[in-house]
Design a protein around this ligand. Structure first.
Ligand code: SAM
Ligand code: SF4
Ligand code: SF4
Length: 339
């Protein structure tokens, strides 16, 4: 039977974000800072990572509960061997209407075409600055800006249009380069989305004074290239949309810190090792890998997933203000749940 699950705040389950690896070839300071994720850092061993078959089984069970959009993320998802096979198989699950992938684009040059052919619908690319010094500073000086730009070009050639370009904004770090980023993509059909620096996890040393607010971000872009608000494309869209007044495209601003949007949050997250997490800021998840591997039936797994979602009452961003100043509790890290 197909019934959309609702949580305790009456929010449906619609989106599933799947982290396919906890590894990454970047060391973004706001996500996996190099001093904490050095050469000796131990990532998950292969046997702890969900197989594609396990992921596909869980997605197949969640579709009748409401999931229609799937986003593949990580870590850096393009590091997961054979990723195109997962895309192909997810695409074959009836009811999965939309498969997207979030990537740092460094490996897209050789993978974009195959991913497109296997049914990947949409790409989100993370790119924090077009200033190569700022770019390197933010991504831990791993790979060149040119490598990312080449990845974007390869994706365009493969037929991905209207890509989202995610830019994490940190005050005093890349705020002076936002206008140039917006200008570069204006008129291309791609949509730059500026993201307020978030206090995800416990490892990025987040401070409120490092956040440039959505209001300030809007002001910076609007003063150079006038903007007007645009309506959401669908309920629960995380980015607020703004159109260029000259009709030459749009930007988005994701204001999770200053204007939270928990009320319409329909996203669940599956970690690389099979935990189902109901909020980006959760202290942990519910283990689905153990029952999967212990031979649980579909009914038993469905029951467990139903229980997790129907008991959900997370609204962390809305509660953040009350929490600021208090001791920060344990949290899942961004590279484990993939944004
Ligand atoms: N490695 C891929 C990438 O960077 O696109 C996918 C995983 S990454 C964790 C997903 C998204 O989360 C990226 O767009 C990244 O910029 C964003 N992100 C990571 N840490 C963040 C933070 N502290 N605040 C806001 N966004 C963050
Ligand atoms: Fe890697 Fe993405 Fe995290 Fe940067 S944001 S360290 S690219 S997982
Ligand atoms: Fe959803 Fe949690 Fe973010 Fe609120 S804080 S929008 S509940 S993920």
């Amino acid at each position: 039977m197909s019934t959309t699950l609702r949580d305790r705040l009456d929010r449906p389950l619609r989106d599933l974000r799947i982290s396919v690896t906890d590894r990454c070839n970047f060391r973004c300071t706001y996500c996996m800072p190099a001093e904490l994720f050095g050469e000796s850092y131990t990532f998950l061993p292969r046997e702890e990572i969900l197989t594609f078959e396990e992921i596909e089984r869980l997605v197949g069970l969640m579709v009748p509960m409401g999931v229609s959009k799937v986003r593949i993320t990580g870590g850096e998802p393009l590091l997961r061997h054979g990723l195109h096979e997962l895309v192909r198989d997810l695409n074959a699950i009836p009811g999965v209407d939309d498969i997207a992938l979030t990537t740092n684009a460094s490996l897209l040059g050789r993978m974009a075409g195959q991913l497109r052919r296997e049914g990947l619908g949409r790409l989100t690319i993370s790119l924090d600055s077009l200033d190569s010094a700022v770019f390197s500073q933010m991504n831990g000086d791993k790979l060149s800006l040119q490598r990312v730009l080449d990845g974007i070009e390869a994706a365009e050639a493969a037929g991905f249009d209207a890509m989202k370009i995610n830019c994490v904004v940190q005050k005093g770090v890349n705020d002076h380069t936002l206008v140039a980023l917006a200008r570069h993509f204006k008129g291309t059909g791609h949509i730059v989305r500026f993201i307020e620096f978030m206090d995800v996890g416990t490892k990025n040393g987040w401070q409120l004074d490092q956040v440039l607010s959505a209001h300030e971000i809007f002001g910076l872009i609007d003063s150079e290239m006038p903007l007007e608000p645009a309506p959401p494309n669908y309920p629960g869209e995380v980015a607020r949309r703004f159109r260029y007044r000259d009709g030459d495209g749009e930007i988005g601003i994701i204001s999770s810190v200053t204007q939270p949007f928990c009320g319409e949050c329909s996203r669940a997250r599956l970690t690389t090792d099979g935990q189902l997490v109901t909020c980006l800021f959760a202290s942990g998840g519910s283990d689905l890998r153990a029952p999967l591997r212990a031979g649980a039936s579909d009914d038993e797994l469905r029951e467990q997933i139903r229980g997790i979602w129907s008991g959900r009452s997370d609204r962390y961003s809305e509660e953040r203000t009350e929490q600021l100043g208090n001791q920060r509790p344990e949290r899942v890290e961004m590279y484990q749940i993939g944004g």
